[in-house]
Unconditional design. Structure first.
Length: 92
């Protein structure tokens, strides 16, 4: 992939792969709450373009920001880092 400018790269977990060539990825980050001075988990759900339909629910993926592909998609899957485990316990 050629790099255009300063593209953001994030690591997240696949929540859904029910759409064609699209997955939903949860990006989790920890922020300090100003009122209670505790670290809180914040989760953003992002729709990501998966050209080869290779990602499954539970996979850990690295995604990269790209030009808008559709109204809601402006991220692409760069690579699958860790394959997830299905409900039955076998690797998908």
């Amino acid at each position: 992939m050629s790099t255009r400018g300063n593209q953001k790269v994030r690591i997240g977990r696949v929540l859904s792969n029910k759409m064609q060539k699209t997955i939903v990825v949860a990006i989790e980050r920890r922020t300090l709450d100003q009122t209670f001075k505790k670290f809180m988990k914040k989760i953003n759900k992002i729709k990501v373009h998966d050209e080869k339909n290779e990602c499954h629910v539970g996979d850990q993926v690295e995604i990269i920001e790209t030009r808008p592909i559709s109204r809601e998609k402006s991220w692409k899957v760069r690579k699958v880092l860790v394959k997830g485990v299905s409900a039955e316990g076998e690797t998908v």
